[in-house]
Design a protein around this ligand. Structure first.
Ligand code: SAH
Length: 515
């Protein structure tokens, strides 16, 4: 037997928000640890990626978020990581920004040290430097600021117990970077001005810095509190005070990207989609991914009975590759194989479906040029062996009736057997539906006709029509139009880069026409 491994707690800085600002060491530990205990401020995408690489990892969300009901107290968080460390686990305690900058990381380490639990510190990119940088504000600049002070704005400066000498900061003349300070901004500005700072000193408040929803308000120190409140800025906000703020006009870059502030949906979880995801992000967009669909087979008894009588059908129609795999599994469970379908004619709704069938040794007789129910109907009506036929239609729950109705109009006898249901996976689907319902999606990208169908399945036909589409080419465009979705752009060539550029073109045109 191997002895239990010794526990260790890694205090890892997650960086300020942008998931790309996690350190290499931090990612390595996330991918190999047993447990992650994460803060509310650490970007959730970092944990999602860690889970993908490290599927057995256990995750505790221990965020303390402005007194929310579910948040743990600091003592409870410390107790949790101590317990896990003592149990021999390798624990990543993931903290927003840098663990030792206003993060209480050092208190957690003191407790680990006292209990004899091993630890390691992985510094992170702190919000106080990164949020200004993404707003185009360097915290030092030759000739403008020779020092920078990180200060917490958590303490009310009018209270006698305040530990910060605001007058001394006002006199120091360097850049002041304020964490946790939005609520006290008015009182802090007043204390700085009372301490001798010029009321005309430039200042900026950066909310959600380095996130795609970053917002920046600039003003002078005397009116920043009003301007920030007027713009509705609330935590998390970094406030920068000092002459360096004037450089923003010249240096701003992140919020000048062509898709900054836009929300774009990517509809396919595949290697191709991840290329599109990063291309759109580099253009500044916030990307929502269509969550993976879960396939739930329905009542197998009906399918079993159908398979027993399969010989009476002239035609079998498969609506998707899921239908193919469910039917194949059911056949195998009954000791059947491709020979059971000998003599039946077979139609598929699309090419992926026919390829799935071919993998089982069955070549479809009909694969329509238009990959949808109407296309199959067209192709079948053009044949002379369909009228009066016995047809088996294998479909998903909620599939449209276009095809069975159309076939009945051709005097066919159609048995519709619903063999599975698709369910969009939990939280991602909820977030996407909410964004669509609130009209917060600027465009949905489609890189294939099947992606259009997957999207309509996942969010439902009426929500699907709430946001306009950009398509990768003519075939996909037809599917978009058939789904009743407005089209605002089509890539001139079917590549991911051209698709991303088509999004930029389409949205800058809609902006121009709105202005
Ligand atoms: N350890 C963290 C700071 C934790 S204190 C770090 O090094 O960044 C929490 C405060 O950090 C927030 O109230 C806010 O002032 C600031 N903050 C953290 N992330 C931020 C972000 N993305 N944008 C703006 N401020 C942020």
């Amino acid at each position: 037997m191997t002895p239990p491994s010794k526990g260790i707690v890694y205090l890892v800085g997650a960086g300020p928000g942008d998931a790309g600002l996690l350190t290499v060491r931090g990612r390595e530990l996330l991918e190999h640890c047993d447990v992650i205990a994460t803060d509310a401020l650490a970007n959730a995408a970092i944990v999602v990626a860690a889970r993908r690489a490290n599927p057995t990892v256990e995750v505790f969300e221990v965020g303390k978020r402005g007194g929310s009901k579910h948040s743990l107290r600091q003592e409870d968080i410390t107790a949790l990581i101590l317990r896990l460390g003592l149990e021999g686990k390798r624990v990543v305690r993931l903290k927003g920004g840098d663990p030792f900058v206003f993060g209480r990381g050092s208190e957690e380490v003191q407790a680990l040290r006292a209990a004899g639990v091993a630890f390691e510190i992985v510094p992170g990119v702190t919000a106080g430097i990164a949020a200004p940088a993404y707003a185009g504000i360097p915290v030092t600049h030759r000739g403008l600021a020779t020092s920078v002070t990180f200060v917490t704005g958590h303490e009310d400066p009018t209270k006698p117990e305040t530990q910060t000498d605001w007058a001394a900061l006002a006199r120091a003349g360097g850049t002041i970077v304020l964490y946790m300070g939005v609520k006290n901004l008015l009182r802090i500005s007043a204390a700085l001005i009372a301490g001798g700072m010029s009321p005309d000193t430039s200042a900026a408040a950066v909310q959600w810095g380095t996130h795609t929803r970053q917002r920046t308000v600039t003003a002078t120190i005397s009116n920043l509190a009003d301007a920030a409140a007027g713009a509705g800025l609330a935590a998390p906000v970094i406030t920068v005070i000092g002459n360096v703020v004037s450089l923003r006009d010249e240096i701003a870059w992140y919020d000048r990207r062509p898709l900054f502030g836009k929300r774009i949906v990517v509809t396919r979880a595949s290697a191709q989609a991840s290329g599109l995801h990063s291309a759109l992000e580099e253009l500044g967009a916030e990307v929502l991914e269509l969550p993976a669909l879960r396939i739930e087979p329905l009542d197998q008894a009906a399918l079993r009975a159908t398979l027993e009588g399969i010989a009476r059908y002239d035609w079998i129609i498969f609506t998707s590759q899921n239908a193919v795999s469910i039917v194949w599994e059911a056949m195998r469970a009954q000791g059947l194989d491709a020979r059971a379908l000998a003599g039946r004619r077979i139609a598929c709704v699309g090419r992926t479906t026919s390829e799935a069938l071919l993998a089982h040794g069955i070549a479809a007789d009909v694969v329509p040029a238009r990959f949808m129910a109407e296309g199959v109907l067209e192709a079948l009506s053009a044949r002379d062996d369909v009228r009066h036929a016995q047809v088996l239609y294998l479909a998903a729950e909620g599939a449209r009736e276009v095809l069975p109705d159309g076939l009945r109009a051709l005097d066919c006898r159609v048995d519709v057997v619903r063999i599975y249901r698709t369910e969009a996976d939990g939280t991602g689907a909820v977030a996407l539906r909410a964004a669509l319902a609130a009209d917060e999606v600027d465009a949905v990208t489609f890189a294939s006709a099947s992606a259009v169908r997957g999207y309509v399945d996942a969010v439902g036909p009426s929500l699907a029509r709430r946001a306009p589409a950009v398509s990768i080419g003519p075939v996909t465009t037809v599917a978009v139009r058939d789904a009743g979705i407005a089209l605002i752009g089509e890539a001139p060539e079917a590549t991911i880069q051209r698709l991303a550029q088509a999004v930029v073109d389409a949205l800058s045109m809609t902006d121009a026409s709105a202005a």
